[in-house]
Design a protein around this ligand. Structure first.
Ligand SMILES: Nc1ncnc2c1ncn2[C@@H]1O[C@H](COP(=O)(O)OP(=O)(O)OP(=O)(O)O)[C@@H](O)[C@H]1O
Length: 315
């Protein structure tokens, strides 16, 4: 794995693609407090995986673990099926932080060029770097602003959505196989958020495995994602699979009536189900909490239910 060479064209040959899977992942703070418990899932090449869950459940912590910035307290991470430590292949893994890390006086092209120069092998010829940056600018849909300065509060520059795309490009410049993004759509209006995620789907189509923490995605954005990883408030996986099959999984657990009677975005309904704001119909139909002190909804452990469904599928 360590000997992989970069192709600098995003269209990785199969040996450059990285499939990441993880099982039983937990993380404890130095204080001993558990932030994440028993998370499992996968991030596959060619797919955009949305990571969602209630605030504070450990989403940022999880992508920090998966990108090698933190070391798990327990659990395993595999790359292409083999036990691995992400830190050992850090050159193949990119992490786009929530905050922009751009110099306001540089142009879009300059920002990407500097990043490529710093992250790619020193012997890469300038002509090849130039071609690579042109390619990145095109992939990110930034050609029309390639010579515009990034700007800041004092100097008007790019729009929020364009800045985010440059931010992605700064990491993409290293030609990664795995790309993690921490809330890339935060602060963007829904149109810019959709454009950004369309861009991420485009990157995935080149063989990159993309995983983004998403907050309150609009329906069309949610439906753009290939896979969904849902965590409960303790940071346990309650769903990992095709985005379009998530609602069916929750319906099979008794949420059908709640889902079918609601006009809410399915992404919001899933989070409502996880937080307990909506309950399975079995409990809704129960006479009262007094009569069903151990009613179905309160005892329904979504993480256990997910494990059971997974075991059934595997059997
Ligand atoms: N280094 C740290 N020191 C103290 N607390 C931490 C640290 N890292 C994470 N936490 C706590 O762990 C919990 C999970 O944090 P994390 O940022 O991973 O959650 P999140 O799901 O990404 O949250 P949000 O959706 O609100 O951004 C939070 O309660 C957070 O305060």
């Amino acid at each position: 794995m360590a000997g992989l060479k970069r192709s600098m064209d995003l269209v990785h040959d199969p040996s450059l693609r990285l499939a990441l899977s993880f099982e039983g992942l937990s993380y404890r703070l130095p204080s001993g407090e558990a932030v994440l418990t028993d998370a499992c899932g996968e991030v596959l090449p060619g797919e955009l995986t949305a990571l969602m869950g209630p605030s504070g459940c450990g989403k940022s912590t999880l992508i920090n673990l998966l990108s090698g910035k933190l070391t798990p307290s327990s659990g395993s991470i595999r790359l292409n099926g083999r036990p691995a430590r992400p830190r050992e292949v850090h050159k193949l893994i990119a992490f786009v932080p929530q905050e922009d890390v751009l110099l306001p006086t540089l142009t879009v092209t300059e920002s990407l060029w500097v990043s490529a120069r710093l992250r790619l092998p020193a012997e890469t010829p300038a002509s090849q770097l130039n071609e690579w940056v042109v390619r990145l600018v095109d992939l990110l849909g930034l050609t029309h602003v390639k010579d515009a300065a990034i700007g800041d509060v004092a100097r008007r520059g790019l729009s929020g959505g364009q800045r985010k795309r440059v931010n992605v490009g700064v990491e993409l410049a290293a030609d990664p196989s795995l790309l993690f993004l921490d809330e890339p759509t935060s602060g963007l209006d829904s149109t810019a958020a959709l454009e950004l995620c369309s861009c991420l789907v485009g990157l995935a189509s080149h063989g990159i495995a993309v995983c983004a923490v998403l907050h309150q995605p609009r329906l069309s954005l949610f439906e753009l994602t290939h896979k969904l990883l849902l965590l409960d408030p303790s940071g346990r996986t309650v769903y990992m699979g095709p985005t379009e099959a998530a609602a069916d999984h929750f319906c099979s657990l008794g949420f059908r009536a709640a889902f079918e009677s609601s006009r809410e975005n399915v992404a919001d309904l899933l989070l409502d189900a996880i937080s307990g704001a909506i309950r399975p119909s079995e409990q809704t139909a129960a006479p009262s909490d007094q009569q069903t002190p151990h009613g179905a909804a309160r005892s329904l452990d979504l993480a256990e239910a997910w494990r059971a469904a997974r075991a059934d599928t595997a059997a």
